[in-house]
Write a protein that binds this ligand. Structure first.
Ligand code: UDX
Ligand code: UDX
Length: 456
């Protein structure tokens, strides 16, 4: 069974490389010539742990290739995964233009195809989209579900662990236009030891949004508790959340020990979530609710508002200590999280723009994401780029930890004291030892404020 994939981005390329590892010949289609060229040379066009090695091996084995020619790739495969970008449009709605373009090109390619073909939506699309795309393609090709089946198969890949997330999934969700399509897709995954959940197209679409908005909610919930802890004073939100997580309904006992759930990683206060998914998906679902169904999603509104406010609150902790005009501020981390070079919707973007607007000079420091950062801010007065934290801190009047890269979390007070002009550190991820750092320097952290002994 040959597979074609439209879109060689974080999701399409990982999906294609992994399916080829499972033994399927895969062709990835992308409109970006440079991307196609690099893939065919066995190179990954972006950093994702393990992807470059896997890709090189699969290209060499002749099981993986890339092309700009969607028509040929679709005609010579039995199934096509749609993995093009579904970014946030200006008004926070989902931008489906790339999806529609892919479906229209696919319609052209499948018009004369005789054999059955399966189209699988893997890009995150709001509920109802896949049905509309199926109708569109069937209309344009004069075919029906019996000849071109549709499935919706959401991805649950986290950047930084995408290969493992694909090859050892917790569950495989298959939304299907009909049983034949669902069976066909299920056969591709049959060697994977995961629970398969078969449902209809729109339920599969909403499962994806439910998953992402749930984890985004945990982060905003943690940040709500953090703000309360700061207001009251003398409360450490890390202790509050640890006390919550010990509940057996969150951390069940098993064989004498306590299981620590993965969701605990999202019950963490900080400067807010980012990435190409949480912001996009929380906003897309809210816009669908309000504009599509006249439903007012209060909880989604709060998740989004708390996250937005948290980003600016982190900068305000620095503003409370200094007038930023003309000051040198080191921003430690611009990737939206460690182990990725992706800065899409990273909290650092709004923080840096806020600091620049306040007249500060910003030194952007990140072990992997300086390339995308330079593309975003370019060479301009007031912005400099450093790989090494020591260099970023030298002579700086303040520092904000935004991304918990190990290169930053291993720093001790001395590293700040010996380099900075005025040792002020805002810990945006709650990674540093509060007592040690508070004793050594001017230190502020999300979710903790040494307070008066008798709260209001
Ligand atoms: C995308 C969606 O943004 C996300 O919502 C979904 O969950 C998975 O697919 P991602 O892989 O990160 O996520 O997208 P991106 O990194 O933007 O890659 C999209 C790729 O598609 C790019 O390489 C782009 O060149 C390519 N593309 C886009 C096409 O080949 N054709 C198009 O018409 C548009
Ligand atoms: C997310 C979902 O986890 C994944 O299932 C979906 O397919 C795509 O979107 P991703 O955005 O790559 O994956 O990263 P994730 O590790 O979930 O982090 C998302 C946000 O949560 C980041 O902004 C990160 O800062 C934050 N986060 C993540 C935390 O605050 N704490 C953590 O321990 C992990």
């Amino acid at each position: 069974m040959k597979i074609s994939i439209i879109g060689a981005g974080y999701v399409g390329l990982v999906t294609g490389a992994c399916f080829s590892k499972l033994g399927f010949p895969v062709t990835c289609v992308d409109l970006n010539q440079e991307t196609v060229k690099r893939i065919n040379e066995g190179e990954a066009p972006f950093y994702e742990p393990g992807l470059a090695e896997l890709l090189a091996g699969q290209v060499k084995a002749g099981l993986f290739s890339a092309t700009v020619d969607l028509r040929q790739a679709a005609q010579y495969s039995g199934v096509t995964f749609v993995c093009v970008g579904t970014p946030m449009a200006g008004d926070r709605q989902i931008d489906l233009s790339f999806i529609i373009k892919a479906i229209d090109e696919l319609s052209e390619a499948l018009k004369d195809k005789k054999d059955y073909h399966l189209v699988v939506m893997k890009s995150t699309v709001v509920p109802g989209t896949t049905e509309k795309m199926a109708e569109r393609l069937w209309e344009m090709t004069g075919k029906g579900a019996g000849q071109v089946g549709f499935c919706m198969n959401p991805e649950f890949l986290r950047e930084g662990s995408a290969l493992a997330d694909f090859l050892s999934p917790d569950r495989i969700v298959i939304g299907q236009s009909d049983a034949k399509a669902g069976d066909y897709l299920a056969s591709l995954y049959e060697t994977m030891p995961a629970q398969v959940l078969r449902t209809n197209l729109r339920t599969a679409e909403l499962i994806k949004y439910a998953s992402n908005t749930f984890f985004a909610m945990l982060i905003s919930y943690s940040n709500e508790m953090a703000r309360l802890a700061e207001c009251i004073g003398d409360i450490d939100v890390i202790e509050v959340l640890s006390g919550l997580i010990l509940d057996r309904r969150i951390s069940p006992a098993a064989g004498g020990s306590i299981l620590s759930p993965g969701l605990a990683a999202y019950l963490k206060a900080g400067c807010g979530y980012g990435g190409s998914c949480f912001p996009k998906d929380t906003n897309a679902l809210r816009e669908l609710s309000t504009k599509g169904y006249d439903y007012n999603p209060l909880l989604l509104d709060a998740v989004i508002a708390i996250n937005e406010r948290q980003i600016y609150h982190t900068v305000s902790l620095l503003y409370k200590e200094m007038d930023p005009r003309g000051k040198e501020i080191a921003v430690l981390g611009v990737a939206f999280k460690p182990d990725t070079e992706d800065i899409r919707e990273s909290p650092a973007i709004k923080m840096i723009d806020r600091l620049l607007a306040g007249g500060a000079k910003v030194r952007i420091c990140d072990p992997r994401a300086l390339g995308p950062a330079r593309k975003h801010w370019g060479e301009r007065p007031g912005v400099s780029y450093c790989e090494d934290p020591g260099e970023a801190l030298k002579g700086a009047h303040g520092a904000i930890l935004v991304t918990s890269w190990p290169q930053f979390t291993c720093l001790e007070p001395e590293d700040f004291l010996k380099n900075m002009a005025t040792p002020l550190l805002i810990d945006g991820r709650g990674v540093y030892d509060r007592e040690k750092f508070s004793r050594a320097m001017n230190f502020r952290v999300i979710g903790y404020r040494p307070g008066s002994k008798n709260p209001a």
